[in-house]
Design a binder for this molecule. Structure first.
Ligand SMILES: [Zn+2]
Length: 108
């Protein structure tokens, strides 16, 4: 899989900091142009989660080894099986959600 690069600053998605540039990327790629502080505010980040569900994807978050995983499955996960998915991992759960959402929506 080729690395997803920010269309504004060309930073790799897994290295992109939580800032306005990332929020704008999420707004365009995931949220139909609506800009919020997705990478720092849990209420806004959760709107991204809800949008993924509305787009027939299957997002999830989990806390492991003192950091947050966010993942997005293409199909409803079946217990005991690891289906096709993208994942991001960062102590800031909002940033993990944003990065995973960009990977999911950017790879369509
Ligand atoms: Zn950027």
């Amino acid at each position: 899989m080729t690395d997803l690069l920010c269309p504004h600053c060309e930073t790799r998605v897994d290295e992109h900091p939580a800032n306005l540039c990332l929020n704008q990327w999420v707004a365009v790629e995931v949220m139909d142009g609506r800009l919020e502080n997705y990478s720092a505010t849990i209420a806004a980040a959760w709107e991204v989660v809800e949008k993924l569900i509305a787009d027939n994807l299957f997002p999830g978050v989990g806390f492991e080894e003192n950091t947050w995983d966010a993942w997005v499955f293409r199909e409803e996960p079946i217990e005991g099986q690891l289906g096709s998915h993208v994942k991001a991992r960062h102590p800031n759960v909002c940033l993990s959600i944003c990065r995973a959402a960009l990977k999911a929506e950017g790879a369509k």
